[in-house]
Ligand binder design. Structure first.
Ligand code: ADP
Ligand code: MG
Length: 342
């Protein structure tokens, strides 16, 4: 039998001390961490970015197929991804939890192990949080804080006509991972004897359960002295996110279907489910890749970087937001991808 320690045994302070005992401060900016009424942060003349995300069991994650360690990791990653999307460096997070008595100390330890691995990987300090019980389920709220040299942050609203639209990595895999897990869950609920068939699906499942934030791309842009003109992370699907940049920059765009980066495993999985992988990239979500625009003059600096794809360009508002398909058809992009009947 797995060990099960009731949280009641430790009390709230005992619990927080226990869960955070192994976290070590990594940043000079963390002046005061867990244990007081508030943390103290000194960014030494840099500007501060701050972002927060709420994750609700049954809405944002399903514990039937999400290991708690992965969930803790992902809760940190989705927040630091937002900090990178501002062209900033994440430095601190706070972690607030509400959990029902279904969760044992061992379960929370698993969760915090994932949190700790992500904190170490992305160089952020856990400097506080809050802990509560809930009547039902797990609720996670993470706030991430980052620093950026004055005026170096990148907004969504500052793209210009003629700028290239770029995306890092590849898209659509997390959505297919989710489709696969939901299908396996349904099969399991109908017939618990059937073992899941997840062979060859490591990539899409990994992209769903253990996403990474593109720290490496921010570093690459910095070393190449490329200042994106607009940037955001791809969390809701390419089409909806590209439309955010267009709308906020007051511009239109052209996206080329054949330039949208897709992993081979994504294409194979889409084929198996009878889905169009491009539609998965456009409408899916949770890829946590970076979507950014940059000056055409910077193009030469990214040609050797295989992890950045140019997928189109920004144009004037009057020209609309359109996708050019492989068959050379032109469709309006909408938040659900594109509507062939528009
Ligand atoms: P308060 O009574 O001021 O809300 P708490 O007793 O909730 O303080 O928290 C004590 C310390 O532990 C604070 O530094 C707080 O930020 C930190 N903390 C509380 N819950 C968590 C958590 N789940 N993870 C990390 N730190 C936490
Ligand atoms: Mg509290």
């Amino acid at each position: 039998m797995e060990e099960r320690t009731e949280i009641e045994k430790l009390g709230e302070f005992g619990l927080i001390n226990h869960l955070t005992a192994n976290f070590e401060t990594q940043n000079a900016s963390t002046v005061l961490s867990i244990g007081d009424d508030a943390a103290v942060i000194d960014h030494f003349g840099k500007q501060t970015v701050i972002t927060t995300d709420l994750l609700v069991e049954g809405v944002h994650f399903d514990l039937m197929y999400t290991p708690l360690k992965h969930l803790g990791y992902k809760a940190v990653v989705v927040n630091v991804s937002d900090v990178y999307a501002m062209n900033a460096q994440p430095t601190q997070i706070t972690m607030s939890l509400a959990f029902s008595n279904r969760f044992s100390l061992e379960a929370l330890e698993e969760f915090y192990l994932g949190v700790q691995i992500a904190c170490e990987k992305y160089g952020v300090d856990l400097v506080g949080g809050d802990t509560s019980t809930s009547q039902k389920g797990l609720v996670i709220s993470v706030t991430a804080i980052g620093e950026v040299a004055p005026e170096k942050f990148v907004k969504r609203s500052t793209a210009e006509s003629g700028d290239l639209i770029c995306v890092s990595g590849d898209l659509g895999a997390a959505f297919l991972g989710l489709t696969l897990m939901e299908r396996e869950k349904k099969i399991f609920l109908e017939n618990p004897q059937v073992q899941p068939t997840l062979e060859n699906e490591d990539y899409i499942v990994g992209r769903l359960l253990k996403p990474e934030a593109r720290k490496d791309i921010i570093e690459y842009l910095e070393t190449q002295q490329i200042m994106p003109t607009a940037m955001m992370d791809v969390s809701d699907g390419l089409s909806s996110d590209v439309l955010h940049i267009c709308k906020q920059s007051n511009l239109g765009c052209r996206i080329y279907e054949d330039k949208i980066p897709l992993n081979e495993a994504t294409k194979a999985a889409a084929f198996k489910f009878g889905l169009d992988p491009t539609v998965c990239a456009l409408n899916g979500g949770e890829d946590y890749e970076l979507l950014f625009t940059m000056k055409q003059a910077d193009y030469d600096k990214i040609t050797l970087q295989e992890d950045i794809s140019v997928i189109g360009y920004m144009c004037d508002l009057e020209e609309g937001t359109k996708i050019i398909t492989k068959g050379n058809n032109v469709f309006d992009i909408n938040a659900q991808g594109w509507n062939a009947f528009a």
